[in-house]
Design a binder for this molecule. Structure first.
Ligand SMILES: Nc1ncnc2c1ncn2[C@@H]1O[C@H](COP(=O)(O)OP(=O)(O)O)[C@@H](O)[C@H]1O
Ligand SMILES: [Mg+2]
Length: 289
């Protein structure tokens, strides 16, 4: 049994409402493509680069991120609603200055919440406005009603795929469904587990071409991640590869990706509606059948 990392609840947080908070959600078509590992290590790399990041595990019922971090959080997202906890009580400190809200296992489907509970949840999330530079939602595979709400309200959607044809096809389906709800969504693609950059560039190019041709939608390429056995190893060791194996190919590519994202053209500085816009969109949005 691995030693569990000590965690500290953030009880002394005095939020400073001065940051232009950007809300990003991570999705995929097929499951198991590496979303949670991507989200966690992307968040750690952003934190290392000086961004204040709150990572929220919205993969309801699956305690992915806390397991990948080897943490046992005291509270989970559902406690906010069930026990009427405040947002600052459920926010936990992770490595690199990262802050985390765990999904927890057994988190009932969020849309089963009554209106009052849902309003409370999103009002509390709204308090993160100005506190963090980036709020990153990890979500489950595919599109549940609740994850659609998150994606449609986010400033940016990161779509993760692998080179597998099934993963690519399912990723395309996700873009298509989301695009039909809102043609103005800002989608960025990550091709994970590529054998080399040539393969990754070819796949990313293919997805871009298909979405342009059939949906007339432009998607950005956020980056590529190598297939790296140290990612798998880190999962076993319950420590993120970005921290555990900083010299791994995966960690190096992640660092480059974040650097380009933060400092390159067309990256981070694109318009953000901030979490206030996110909350407004969340409450207005009705999922089309
Ligand atoms: N870049 C990678 N290289 C090697 N293995 C990876 C990589 N990304 C993910 N994996 C493997 O895939 C598994 C599933 O990843 P995970 O992040 O949990 O996927 P998801 O959140 O999409 O379901 C991990 O446990 C790991 O073994
Ligand atoms: Mg996951």
């Amino acid at each position: 049994m691995l030693a569990r990392r000590e965690i500290t609840p953030i009880t002394d947080a005095v939020p400073q409402h001065e940051k232009a908070t950007k809300v990003i959600s991570v999705t995929s078509g097929k499951g198991g493509v590496g979303k949670s590992n991507f989200a966690l290590n992307f968040a750690l790399s952003l934190s290392e680069s000086g961004q204040k990041v709150v990572l929220i595990d919205f993969d309801i019922g699956m305690a992915n991120l806390e397991i990948l971090l080897g943490m046992t959080p005291r509270h989970h997202l559902i406690d906010l609603v069930k026990e009427k906890k405040g947002i600052w009580e459920i926010l936990e400190k992770g490595p690199n200055g990262l802050e985390l809200i765990s999904g927890g296992s057994g988190f009932e489907r969020i849309l089963d919440l009554n209106d009052d509970d849902a309003n409370y949840l999103f009002a509390e999330l709204g308090k993160l406005q100005g506190y963090a530079d980036i709020i990153l939602f990890d979500t489950g595979a595919g599109l549940s009603k609740e994850s659609q709400r998150i994606h449609l309200a986010a400033d940016e959607i990161i779509l993760v795929t692998t080179p597998e044809p099934t993963a690519i096809t399912d990723a395309y389906s996700v873009i298509k469904i989301l695009h039909h709800q809102d043609a103005s969504l800002n989608v960025r693609l990550v091709v994970n587990r590529v054998a080399n950059s040539k393969e990754g560039i070819a796949i990313a190019g293919r997805v871009r071409t298909v979405t342009k041709r059939f949906l007339n939608k432009e998607i950005e390429i956020l980056g590529l991640m190598p297939n790296d056995s140290l990612v798998f190893q880190s999962v076993l060791e319950q420590t993120p590869f970005y921290l555990n194996y900083p010299k791994s190919q995966a960690a190096k590519w992640m660092k480059d990706m974040v650097n380009i994202y933060l400092h390159g053209d067309g990256g981070y500085r694109q318009a953000s509606t901030g979490i206030k816009g996110f909350i407004q969109k969340m409450s207005q949005f009705v999922v089309k059948k």
